[in-house]
Design a binder for this molecule. Structure first.
Ligand SMILES: [Ca+2]
Ligand SMILES: [Ca+2]
Length: 240
């Protein structure tokens, strides 16, 4: 009898939390949203509210059994909040916490995903130059959406690699809008055409890592909300 009851409660348990993952700039003018499949739900409802129009007004953009949604054909550059509800029978559960996404005229660079050191992309003599981009946005409710990029260079023991950083439209020697640094050192505001030194102080070949990320205040441009996407370039100069 007890066993039967536990099967009953398991099958008919309420849906779990209504969490969404939101990804910006995967495609031009689009935001990608996904959520985990929940055996406790018959159907999902995804709602969206545009940022910057005062109080958030959520409207249904998807209803169905799927676990992801491409919100396409978004106009211009915009910030959007997404939240999920779950339907089981006649009952609606949620909404969960909303998450911000951003859409615009550009898409993320070809080295994504590289937001963690473990997913760093390699610079080498076969691939000396990399054009990347990164973004930082802050919504009216304080939510932040950001990109950071990890790269690595294989350096022989006792040698160093030199990697030069560029941001278009900045005079040589002026501060760029980016913060960067080599693993193990304090990240700092990058200067136009700055050369980063990736030293391998060990006696064995190893990868030395570097990270590039937006300077939040520069990307906000003095505002409290907003943000931008900006291109940059890295060039492997030398390994010696
Ligand atoms: Ca990037
Ligand atoms: Ca990244």
């Amino acid at each position: 009898m007890e066993g039967g009851l536990s099967v009953f409660t398991e099958v008919w348990s309420d849906p779990g939390p209504c969490e969404v993952e939101v990804e910006s700039f995967v495609e031009e003018y689009a935001v990608y949203v996904e959520w985990e499949e929940d055996p406790g739900a018959d159907e999902y409802i995804l709602e969206c509210a545009e940022d910057g129009l005062g109080e958030k007004v959520f409207k249904e953009v998807y209803r169905g059994k799927g676990t992801s949604y491409w919100h396409r054909w978004l106009e211009g550059e915009g910030r959007y909040y997404y939240r999920l509800l779950k339907v089981r029978g006649e009952r609606v559960f949620g909404p969960g916490r909303d998450r911000m996404g951003v859409a615009g005229v550009v898409r993320q660079d070809g080295d994504e995903p590289n937001d963690r050191k473990e997913s760093a992309k390699e610079l080498s003599f076969e691939r000396r130059t990399v054009v990347g981009n990164a973004w930082y946005y802050r919504g009216s409710d304080g939510q932040e959406v950001r990109d950071l990029d990890w790269y690595k260079v294989k350096v022989p023991g006792g040698w160093s690699a030199q990697v030069k950083f560029f941001q278009e439209g900045i005079n040589q020697g002026d501060q760029t809008d980016f913060i960067g640094g080599v693993e193990g050192e304090l990240p700092h505001r990058l200067v136009q055409e700055e050369t980063l030194l990736l030293e391998n102080t060990t006696t064995e070949d190893r990868y030395i890592y570097l990270c590039i990320r937006p300077d939040e205040e520069e990307f906000l441009g003095g505002g409290v909300v907003g943000g931008k996407v900006e291109d940059y370039m890295l060039q492997l100069l030398d390994v010696q």
